[in-house]
Design a protein around this ligand. Structure first.
Ligand code: TXA
Ligand code: MG
Length: 317
């Protein structure tokens, strides 16, 4: 049921149930971090492999000390600057976090989401909420309550409706090795903004066999429709004659008769707006029974880097 009833949401969570929550990035599938029953329900409903750990959502940075230890100074700088907000920190975990949540890893992923409804809910709970994005494993993340409902129908007693997600792409994930910050996943906070605060950060290298952050799995965030990513739209369209084509474009329509549908991410070329619209546009295109979706590569700076990262994974077979 899609609802704004926080009391109902709270009741389900207290009884080891799971619900969908709005955040500023994407909707999450949430349960009590300390309840193995609830956390197992999340993995089962999402069909998520157990090697893929969950992000723990807390109401404020004051909760950090209950969950994590050996917190680097740079982590505190980031938390103070970006929380509540789309930043996830990977920190050494305390023993009270169930192994199920962290997939047996020594680290826990933590963030304070920036959505008023979810913050009010967290405020009323005496436990944090573990929540992956509220989509079946591998598919496009949901940025509205309706997206969540389309995926899970009435298997979710409560989908807390907080409107459309403001940022529209997942949180940026930063971990630490020998106190050096490492980016595990590009996200709604740009690399430039992170580096302006804590200096140069390195990338975690991708590894599909033993993914340290399986958001980095090559195929992820994927529509059902075959999708291509290109710098040269006209060439890509020409390569696919007699196909039902949909385009995912940055700011300008393309004049071409063989194209059935076009989605513009931001008329003004604003990368934040493009990120906010990305998944909804992909959801719409994916519903049209097209033969292919062709996505235009965005400028590779700021949130353009994050959007290109998601599009690259969306096109993987
Ligand atoms: O914006 C977001 O981060 C959204 C909202 C709901 O908060 N959540 C989200 O969760 O994107 P999910 O599960 O779809 O992606 C979380 C990523 C996964 O790639 C997971 O592998 C990684 O975080 N992760 C979680 N805990 C980790 C850990 N201890 N070490 C390494 N990676 C971790
Ligand atoms: Mg996800």
């Amino acid at each position: 049921m899609i609802t704004t009833n926080i009391d109902l949401a709270k009741q389900v969570l207290i009884n080891n149930g799971i619900i969908a929550i709005p955040t500023e990035t994407v909707y999450g599938l949430a349960g009590n971090t300390f309840s193995e029953i609830a956390v197992n329900k999340i993995f089962a409903l999402k069909k998520r492999p157990h090697y893929n750990p969950l992000i723990v959502h807390i109401k404020s940075a004051a909760w950090l000390n209950e969950l994590a230890c050996d917190i680097p100074d740079a982590a505190m700088l980031l938390a103070n600057r970006f929380w509540p907000g789309p930043l996830t920190l990977l920190l050494n975990k305390k023993p009270n976090i169930p192994d199920l949540v962290t997939a047996g890893k020594p680290t826990v992923a933590v963030r304070v989401p920036n959505h008023s409804l979810t913050l009010i809910l967290l405020e009323q709970l005496d436990f944090p909420l573990s929540a992956p994005s509220a989509n079946p494993f591998g598919s496009i993340s949901p940025t509205s309550a309706a997206h969540v409902y389309n995926y899970f129908k009435d298997n979710l007693e409560v989908i807390l409706d907080g409107g459309e997600c403001n940022n529209g792409v997942e949180s940026t994930i930063i971990g630490f090795e020998n106190n050096q910050p490492i980016v595990y996943r590009l996200g709604a906070i740009s690399l430039e903004d992170i580096e302006a605060l804590i200096g140069k950060v390195n990338f975690h290298t991708k590894n599909d066999i033993n993914p340290a952050a399986p958001g980095m799995l090559s195929r992820h965030y994927s529509p059902n429709t075959t999708t291509y990513l290109t710098d040269d739209l006209v060439e890509m369209i020409t390569l696919h004659p007699n196909k039902k084509i949909g385009l995912l474009l940055f700011k300008e329509l393309v004049v071409n008769n063989s194209v059935l549908q076009q989605e513009i991410l931001s008329k003004n070329g604003d990368l934040s707006e493009a990120a906010r619209n990305l998944y909804a546009a992909l959801h719409r295109l994916d519903k049209l029974n097209l033969d292919i979706i062709i996505a235009e590569r965005l400028p590779d700076n700021g949130l353009g880097k994050t959007i290109n990262d998601r599009l690259k994974r969306a096109v993987e077979k």
